[in-house]
Design a protein around this ligand. Structure first.
Ligand code: P6P
Length: 281
């Protein structure tokens, strides 16, 4: 596992350079989910795949930017699903973006995730590692990631990050979001999943939601590359992650690019989500 973390560190330093110097224009391609790929997405993906191909313990990788699973070493132990540069279109407006890595054993399913890593490219570059027991944050100084702190969520938080197109929210979802704001929760939403979820973790808690909507009944965020890795982080930090009713890591993956409605947060907020969704299911 250490060699995977070292590879992520090396790739992240290179991706930092790509963000700072790179071409943020659109490529001529679309990814498997139909998103138009930026040249940043493709360049970041190439960097990561090159680093992972050097590691004997990796059996397979799959990128959000590629259609299919890539076989690496047949005797490898780990399977890695990653989003090379989530929210890349935010680079053009100088907002934070991030890379997300889910590390699995045996198969690409929520139940088989054993670790997750994300890297935030913002005013500072920070890497967060969840290993099933703890969540540890590191910060990049020159070429070295230094340990900063462990991350733990409070039982209840103060921030709310309500995603998706509001006009497509189901009425019970809108009322739940409004109720949280009526209790004094602060709106913190940039449109970048990595910095938005990182902020809630570092500020002690709250709720990030990207629900089922009339235009996207199965949500927008991808299970393997985005939802499961952050669900694992939030559970390791003492919070929860659900699809509205069930633990999201128990959700079945039928195709590697499947999406899922998702709610990540402190236990109090997730309890409220489950109450509302069980009543309206
Ligand atoms: P919306 C970025 O494109 C992304 O995949 C996530 O990083 C982010 O949370 C979400 O989409 C934002 O989507 O529909 O709220 O703009």
């Amino acid at each position: 596992m250490n060699e995977i973390i070292e590879a992520i560190k090396k790739a992240s330093i290179k991706i930092k350079g790509i963000i700072e110097q790179g071409d943020t224009s659109k490529s001529d391609n679309q990814n498997s989910t139909g998103d138009t790929q930026l040249k940043l997405d493709i360049a970041s993906d190439i960097v990561i795949e090159k680093e992972f191909k050097k590691i004997a313990s990796i059996k397979q990788i799959v990128s959000e930017e590629q259609e299919n699973i890539v076989d690496i070493h047949k005797d490898g132990k780990y399977l890695i699903a990653y989003d090379p540069l989530d929210g890349s279109s935010l680079v053009d407006v100088n907002l934070s973006v991030g890379s997300i890595y889910g590390i699995y054993e045996n198969s690409f399913t929520g139940k088989n995730i054993i670790a997750s890593v994300y890297v935030v490219f913002g005013p500072r570059v920070e890497m967060v590692i969840a290993d099933g027991k703890t969540v540890k944050m590191y910060r990049l100084y020159d070429e070295d990631f230094k340990y900063i702190q462990d991350i733990k969520l409070n039982e209840k938080g103060k921030l709310q990050a309500p995603g998706s197109t509001q006009k497509c929210w189901y009425p019970y979802h809108k009322k739940m979001i409004d109720d949280f704001f009526a209790q004094g929760y602060r709106l913190r939403y940039s449109g970048g999943m990595v910095p938005d979820l990182h902020q809630i973790l570092l500020k002690g808690g709250g709720l990030f939601s990207y629900p089922s909507t009339s235009d996207l009944p199965k949500g927008k965020l991808r299970q393997l590359f985005e939802v499961f890795p952050f669900a694992f982080v939030y559970e390791c930090a003492g919070g929860e992650a659900v699809d509205g009713i069930s633990r999201v890591l128990d959700v079945e993956t039928l195709h590697i690019h499947d999406t899922s409605p998702c709610f990540f947060g402190s236990c109090e907020e997730i309890k409220k989500v489950k109450e509302v969704y069980l009543k309206n299911a």
